[in-house]
Design a protein around this ligand. Structure first.
Ligand code: ARG
Length: 305
C-alpha cells in the first residue's frame, strides 16, 4: 500500500447518488475505470530553488528546501512505479532550477516530439537538454518550435484532440504549429488568471477519449475566458468542475492513468469528486515544488509511443 494514498479497491461498483424532488435516492452506476501503463520522463530537482519570479507563486525571498523538493519528487516517482508505470529520467543542470518541471519541455504524441521554446530567458536553456535526451533515446522525429511553446504545461492530449492553452506563456501561433507537426486537431483555450498561467494547473484528463467516447476531464472554470468556458461545457458536459480551493493548492496539476489519480493532498473537494466518479486518488506532498508554481503534472512529461 502506498504511503499517504487512499488506494482502496473501489472501481466498477461505485455509484453516484442523485436525489430527485419527489422520489427516493436513485443509484446511477459509474463507468468502470481502467488504468493503462504509462511512460514518463522526470528530472530530479537537485538544483531546485526559487531565485527568480516568473509566475505569482514564486517569491525568491521565501526559503526553499532543495532536500524537501527532492524528497517530494522521489515519492512522486515511486508512486508512479508502484502503479506499474515506467519512469525515465534526465540529468538536471546547475543554474536551471526549474528543469524539474519536465512537462514544459516536450509534447509527445505517437512518438512524434514537439520540443519547447520558453517565454522566460531564465528557462530557455532547458529546451536543448531535453531535445538532446530525445535524440539520445531513439526519437527520430524531434521538431523544435518557432513560437513560444511550453509544451505539456499548455498542451494536454485527450486521446482525440490536443487541448492548447494560451494567455500567459504559450503563443497562440504555437497551437497551429503543434497541429501541423503532430498531425492532431488542436483546440485553443484562453487562460485569464495569472495564478493559473499554464493549462496544466487549470485542467487535467482523467480518462482519455476512446472509440466513440469523449475524454473525461476536470477543470477550474474561472481560470478560463467566458468563451472558453462555454467551449469546455459544450465539449465536456460531464466534466468534474473544481472549486477555487482545489485550484489554489494546484489540485488540478494531477496525473491520471485512467484509474489512479496522483493529486496534491490538499485538494480535498477534488479528491472526493474523483473518488465519487470511480477513480482511486493517490495523495502527494508538493509543499516545496509549489513554491515555484509546480505540482505532480509539472514534474511529469508523458512519453506516448
Ligand atoms: N517555475 C516554473 C515556471 O514558472 C513552474 C513551471 C510549472 N510547470 C508546469 N507544467 N505548469 O515556469
Amino acid at each position: 500500500m502506498l504511503k499517504g494514498s487512499e488506494a482502496t479497491l473501489m472501481p466498477a461498483s461505485v455509484g453516484l447518488t442523485f436525489r430527485f424532488m419527489t422520489s427516493a435516492p436513485v443509484r446511477v452506476p459509474v463507468a468502470a475505470r481502467l488504468a493503462t501503463a504509462r511512460r514518463y520522463l522526470m528530472c530530479p530537482p537537485r538544483f531546485f530553488t526559487v531565485e527568480y519570479s516568473i509566475n505569482p507563486w514564486m517569491d525568491p525571498s521565501r526559503p526553499v528546501s532543495t532536500e524537501g523538493a527532492l524528497a517530494e519528487w522521489s515519492a512522486l516517482k515511486e508512486t508512479y512505479e508502484l502503479l506499474g508505470h515506467k519512469v525515465e529520467t534526465i540529468e538536471p543542470q546547475p543554474g536551471l532550477p526549474d528543469m524539474v518541471f519536465a512537462a514544459n519541455s516536450g509534447t509527445v504524441v505517437d512518438g512524434l516530439v514537439l520540443g519547447a521554446r520558453f517565454r522566460a530567458p531564465q528557462r530557455a536553456a532547458e529546451a536543448d537538454f531535453y531535445r538532446t535526451w530525445f535524440l539520445d533515446h531513439g526519437y527520430r522525429d524531434v521538431v523544435m518550435p518557432e513560437k513560444t511553446n511550453e509544451a505539456e504545461g499548455d498542451f494536454t492530449w485527450t486521446g482525440d484532440v490536443l487541448l492548447a492553452g494560451t494567455g500567459f506563456r504559450t503563443d497562440p501561433g504555437a497551437h497551429a504549429e503543434a497541429q501541423e507537426v503532430l498531425g492532431v486537431p488542436v483546440v485553443s483555450l484562453r487562460l485569464v488568471d495569472p495564478r493559473y498561467y499554464h493549462l496544466d494547473v487549470a485542467l487535467f484528463v482523467l480518462t482519455e477519449a476512446g472509440p466513440g467516447t469523449r475524454a473525461h476531464i476536470a477543470y477550474y472554470p474561472e481560470a478560463f475566458s467566458p468563451g472558453t468556458q462555454r467551449l469546455l461545457r459544450r465539449l465536456y458536459p460531464d466534466a468534474i468542475l473544481a472549486t477555487a480551493e482545489d485550484a489554489a493548492c494546484l489540485g488540478l496539476n494531477a496525473v491520471s492513468d485512467g484509474q489512479n489519480v496522483v493529486i496534491p493532498r490538499e485538494a480535498t473537494n477534488l479528491i472526493a469528486a474523483v473518488k465519487a466518479h470511480g477513480y482511486t486518488p493517490h495523495l502527494v506532498d508538493i509543499t516545496e515544488l509549489r513554491k515555484s508554481g509546480g505540482g505532480p503534472k509539472c514534474c511529469t512529461m508523458e512519453l506516448r509511443g
